[in-house]
Design a protein around this ligand. Structure first.
Ligand code: AKG
Length: 303
């Protein structure tokens, strides 16, 4: 991987909220080796792959279909097998794993919640013409328009660097705002790791990040689960779903599951486009670079 650095492991800080906030403020991310129960996460990955296998994304021997079924997560939603995977209980349960939930609440506050809308990433080996949007260096502020929103990126299988896991630019959240661009495979100043099932990386919405190319021969499967405090304006589409139905997305499917909990009552919901059009407010964690005053929402999807 050339000069790409190794992520710093914050596992030793999980019980020290001040230290976690301090490191998030300094580095823009927190990585935890083995935070989650590896067996349960592996079972989640297998459940996702089973649905995809049934839809022809992979053969019995886990070889990806010669023609990708979809390039990005949005195209993928048109595919019934992908829809079965992303709406399944196994995948939707991930942000309710206590170790993850407690950790994020320790950083953001006890009422912090995860958006019912979650992103499943199934990334084929990269070939000309199938580069995903996740390969562009971007900021997740463009996803929600909520200052201090955190993204947790969870590998649902072992993801060696060759399979193109997530890379972050440590300290990049303190720097000047930059336009999107494709991340090179060995850029100095970036950090990643060989992710293992059970690992988690959490990063701030102003932290530049991108996926590395999948240079392997199998699919890469991971999920993004995003979090905010309930006392901040909340993007309606991430709670109610893209069609803005009047109830919390998936509540009718999972409300009887032991692990499920509803989003807090009384959220102030706004159209996502309205929230992402405004520059970020001051952060609770660090001084925002003045260039963010000139923030423009990206012309299309950023993630
Ligand atoms: O996993 C990827 O391909 C990209 C992830 C990403 O951009 C995100 O979590 O916001």
């Amino acid at each position: 991987m050339g000069r790409v650095d190794e992520l710093a492991d914050s596992s030793g800080l999980v019980h020290d909220q001040d230290a976690l906030r301090g490191r998030l403020a300094a580095d823009g991310y927190l990585f935890f080796r083995g935070l989650l129960p590896a067996e349960q996460v592996r079972a989640t990955g297998s459940a996702v792959l089973e649905k995809l296998r049934a839809g022809g994304w992979i053969s019995g021997r886990d070889t990806p279909s010669a023609r990708p079924r979809a390039v990005g997560s949005r195209d993928a939603l048109a595919d019934p097998a992908f829809r079965a995977a992303i709406t399944g209980a196994a995948f939707n349960r991930v942000p309710y794993f206590p170790a993850l939930r407690q950790l994020v609440r320790g950083i953001l506050g006890p009422q912090a919640f995860s958006y019912p809308v979650k992103v499943l990433r199934v990334v084929y080996p990269e070939r000309p013409g199938n580069r995903t949007l996740g390969r562009y260096v971007h900021y997740d502020y463009g996803v929600s328009g909520v200052q201090d929103m955190l993204t947790s990126w969870i590998p649902l299988m072992d993801i060696p660097v060759q399979l193109g896991g997530l890379a972050v630019r440590p300290g990049g959240h303190l720097a000047r705002l930059k336009p999107p661009r494709v991340l090179g495979a060995a850029e100095p100043g970036w950090a990643t790791t060989g992710y293992r099932t059970g690992d988690a990386i959490i990063f701030h919405c102003l932290t530049p990040h991108a996926a590395l190319p999948n240079a392997g021969s199998s699919l890469r499967v991971s999920g993004d689960f995003r979090w905010q405090r309930p006392d901040q304006p909340t993007p309606a589409e991430l709670v109610l779903g893209p069609a803005a139905i009047q109830r919390e997305l998936f509540s009718w499917m999972f409300r009887r599951e032991r692990w499920w909990e509803p989003v807090p009552a009384g959220l102030a919901l706004y159209p996502r486009q309205q929230l992402i059009a405004a520059p970020p407010r001051p952060s609770r964690f660090f001084a925002v670079h003045p260039s963010w005053r000139h923030w423009q929402p990206p012309p299309g999807a950023v993630h």
